[in-house]
Write a protein that binds this ligand. Structure first.
Ligand code: ADP
Ligand code: MG
Ligand code: ZN
Length: 592
């Protein structure tokens, strides 16, 4: 295109005009021609007035024969300067060979680029084996430190030691102490394992290689193992440093179990990790921190001394820890004066650090939506319920009849819960639908509990069944609204029998070995270690526990009918009853 445009504008002016042979002969006869250049079949003529012309002749006829054929006076011809220009090799090439060659050249280019693309992909495949570890650069200003982790005192205590090792390795070497190679952080999801690992590297100010267990395993077989190798290689070069393998259960599962093809790859990866951890020289100052929430599925070889010999267990935060975590996350958020984070901590028994962070965030969003400048108590309470049960669904249309059923159902839960001595106090009863629930009764433990006696479980069963029983008592029939209550009650009763050994008839033993098998996703497979006969007994015992709960609940529903009506009617009128009001209506809760 460029050459076309170029020749159009530029050459047009100087381009010789093409004329016929007879014109040329006439011009020669008139002695107008000063010079003629013959180049192949082209006759280029320059006239005396220096205009240029071009004439074509037949290819097999020479210029001299042409002149004689047209009877040109030889004297006139000799007066003209005639020169013959031979076709250069280049011209010949362009005209004769290029047309044949061009397709080949094009195909060649095409192939070349294709090969380049392929080899690019190839070299990518080769670098697959390289660890994609995120090397967290030491950011002196924004580094995570132990200050960012609230609570988890024991875990921090243990990890402070690791920081010491990394900072002053000589102190320990001089005394002949071996630096631990691996630390395993165990804890429920969201308890701050990743955060703690980060804070260790921040405190020690050493590089931090972060890789998650699932990143080792990819499409190609053998990638995992080679990634492990390259990760450790990288780490050794950067020592002292920390390798952090998050969610190690993805590769560290007990070997030799499970179905499907991927576990071979996992085993190789795990083997490589074991080999690498053994291969450290004690002076290399590389510490491997791994985190998991499934210690039960880990391969025992990972846990033996010399590998992850330190195990740090991170519990769900207790009351004080929850308050501290809330304070950490409230740093950047303007809270109203009335807000007492202790109260929030009390309402959030069993919440993890991540849940608490989420609550503050949700509360901030709620406050912003209402165009407030501060977060108030209501935002926080609303956020707790949103995180616990799901978002409020005020616009869900329910009939009067459904509303009435829900009111009695929830009143039943609340009533039974209140009049049983060993249950958690009722915090709130509501018939506003939230998430999947039509209504809800919130109970919150006033203190953290670690052990649960059997009587408490029976009471829990009673509370779970209360909704269903109340519906039956008041309306004479039951609805589908109690489905999830029943499911939970059945699961709880089953656990009492098969896991906790709380059935008197079946004795103190567990039934069934739970084994997790990965096959087409996640699946818990229960291995039966009991006979058919016992299976029948287990079912009987489960029914038995349910019956006990039912009787307890029914007694309260029948005995406190007026209170039940009171709660239900209040709910129908106000939709929600808060703790204080509820306790005023019910009187004191019987003590255990
Ligand atoms: P996991 O144990 O699942 O790895 P993370 O470490 O990723 O959990 O924690 C998720 C988030 O929860 C953190 O980013 C942090 O905001 C919050 N969090 C958890 N525990 C704490 C804690 N003890 N102190 C402060 N924040 C915490
Ligand atoms: Mg994590
Ligand atoms: Zn219910």
């Amino acid at each position: 295109m460029v050459s076309t445009i170029f020749s159009y504008f530029f050459e047009n002016s100087t381009k010789p005009q093409t004329v016929g042979i007879e014109t040329l002969i006439k011009q020669i006869n008139n002695e107008e021609v000063s010079e003629i250049i013959i180049s192949g079949n082209n006759i280029l003529t320059t006239l005396k007035d220096s205009t240029r012309e071009k004439t074509l002749k037949e290819s097999n006829e020479s210029f001299s024969t042409l002149l004689s054929n047209y009877n040109v006076d030889p004297a006139k011809a000799t007066a003209i300067k005639i020169s013959v220009k031979e076709d250069t090799a280049w011209d010949y090439f362009l005209i004769n060979i290029l047309p044949f060659l061009l397709p080949f050249i094009l195909v060649g280019f095409f192939l070349f680029f294709m090969m380049r693309g392929v080899s690019g992909a190839n070299s990518k495949a080769m670098s697959f084996g390289q660890a994609a570890a995120k090397d967290v650069k030491l950011d002196k200003k924004n580094r995570t430190t132990f200050k960012d982790v609230a609570g988890a005192k024991e875990a921090k205590e243990e990890l402070k030691e690791i920081v010491e090792f990394l900072k002053f390795p000589k102190k320990f070497h001089d005394l002949g102490a071996k630096i631990p190679r691996g630390v395993l952080l165990l804890g429920a999801p969201g308890t701050g394992k990743t955060l703690l690992a980060r804070s260790v590297s921040g405190e020690a100010q050493v590089p931090f290689f972060h890789m998650s267990g699932s990143e080792f395993v990819e499409m190609f077989v053998g990638v995992g193992a080679s990634r492990v190798r390259s990760l450790f290689e990288k780490a050794k070069k950067n020592s002292p440093c920390i390798i952090f393998i998050d969610e190690i259960d993805a590769v560290g599962r007990r070997r030799g179990s499970g179905l499907g093809g991927s576990h071979d790859e996992r085993e190789q990866t795990l083997n490589q990790i074991l080999v690498e951890m053994d291969g450290f020289e004690p002076t290399q100052n590389v510490i491997v921190i791994a985190a998991t929430n499934r210690p039960d599925v880990l391969d025992p070889a990972l846990l033996r001394p010399g590998r992850f010999d330190r195990r740090v267990i991170i519990d769900l935060p207790d009351l004080q820890d929850r308050e501290d975590i809330l304070h950490v996350h409230a740093r950047q958020k303007p809270l109203a004066k009335e807000v007492d984070l202790k109260k929030i901590a009390q309402r959030t028994a069993g919440f993890s650090g991540a849940d608490l962070a989420n609550i503050l965030n949700e509360a901030a969003i709620l406050a912003a939506r209402e165009n407030r400048k501060e977060i108030i108590n209501e935002d926080l309470f609303e956020a707790i319920e949103k995180v616990m049960i799901g978002p409020e669904r005020k616009n869900r249309i329910i009939t009067e009849k459904e509303k009435k059923i829900t009111a009695y159902h929830e009143a039943g839960h609340a009533l039974v819960s209140h009049f049983l001595p060993n249950t958690d106090p009722v915090h709130k009863v509501s018939i506003i639908s939230r998430g999947a629930a039509g209504g809800y009764t919130l109970q919150a433990a006033s203190e953290d509990k670690h052990f649960h006696p059997k009587s408490e479980f029976i009471s829990d069963l009673a509370v779970l069944l209360a909704g269903h029983l109340t519906e039956k008592t008041i309306f004479g029939e039951v609805t589908t609204g109690a489905t999830s209550d029943l499911r939970r009650a059945t699961a709880l009763a089953r656990s009492l029998v098969t896991d906790y050994g709380m059935s008197d008839n079946l004795g103190p033993r567990t039934y069934g070995e739970k084994e997790e098998m990965i096959f087409l996703g996640r699946e818990i497979h229960e291995q039966r270690d009991y006979s058919e006969k016992v299976a029948e007994k287990i079912d009987e015992e489960i029914a038995n526990f349910i019956k006990q709960g039912e009787q307890k609940a029914q007694a309260i529903i029948d005995g406190q009918r007026d209170k039940l009506e009171l709660i239900a009617n209040t709910l129908l009128e106000k939709e929600t009853i808060e703790k204080e009001e509820f306790e005023e209506m019910m009187g004191p809760k019987p003590q255990a």
